[in-house]
Write a protein that binds this ligand. Structure first.
Ligand code: GDP
Ligand code: MG
Length: 219
């Protein structure tokens, strides 16, 4: 027998698949809040510690390597990089944090850019906070979440590298994070487990993000 809930999920996943199969093009990159593109479409920003797997997740999500490659070009790794997805959604690659070599000046620059972006972006629909499923929440993640809570910017945790931990360890990490998130006012109560390696969680994440996209232009 068909299950109506599963059918709805399948429909959402198809909507997400179609959206993320659309053209994804680089719009702008900026290290300073003045250089940001004008507000147009709903925006989803991706943040996380450096090496969390952000580039791999963005590539897997959009089925292409161009997006993260742009963000990797020298000079762009400390910028906010904006991409247009099918004229319906803007994806924002936020600079990574928490890398060992970061100087005090690097951290200050990151904080200033992120705070300015988070405070002045009415089109920002959600920040996806990427967390390595092998490590759980780190101080840098909590610091970002605090900034998001203070500014009432909706955010959701997605675990990366979900193929790495043993199932029991993964379950424990998920439970621990969920318990911490219920206390955070701007956090989504549930989290998404993903793997760029196996593709796990990608259809679900696409479906969720597609719900935040602008409606298709009417013909
Ligand atoms: N096992 C596993 N490794 C991953 C996954 N995603 C990324 N990695 C690895 O983690 C490292 C950092 O990935 P990258 O996408 O460059 O991280 P970024 O610094 O956050 O952009 C690389 O060695 C990737 O191969 C994943 O889903 N599973
Ligand atoms: Mg990267």
């Amino acid at each position: 027998m068909s299950d109506p809930a599963n059918e709805a999920d399948a429909l959402d996943e198809e909507t997400g698949r179609l959206l993320f199969a659309k053209e994804c093009t680089f719009i702008a990159g900026s290290e300073r809040i003045k250089g940001l593109p004008p507000f147009t479409l709903p925006e989803i920003a991706f943040a996380g510690r450096s090496n969390v797997g952000k580039s791999s997740l963005l590539n897997a999500l959009t089925n292409r390597s161009s997006l993260a490659r742009v963000s990797h070009t020298p000079g762009r790794t400390r910028q906010l990089n904006f991409f247009d997805l099918g004229g319906r959604l803007v994806l924002v690659d936020m600079p990574g944090y928490g890398y060992a070599e970061a100087s005090k000046a690097d951290i200050k620059r990151w904080e200033k850019l992120i705070d300015a972006y988070l405070s002045g972006r009415p089109t920002l629909a959600r920040v996806m906070v990427l967390v390595d499923s092998r490590h759980g929440l780190k101080p840098g993640d909590r610091d970002l979440m605090k900034r998001l809570d203070e500014r009432a910017v909706s955010y959701q945790v997605a675990l990366t590298k979900g193929d790495e931990p043993k199932p029991a360890a993964l379950e424990a990490t998920v439970a621990k994070i969920v318990a911490e998130l219920v206390k955070q006012p701007a956090a989504h109560p549930d989290i998404v487990v993903t793997s760029a390696t196996t593709g796990a969680g990608m259809p679900e994440l696409r479906a969720r993000l597609a719900k935040l996209a602008a409606p298709p232009p009417s013909r």
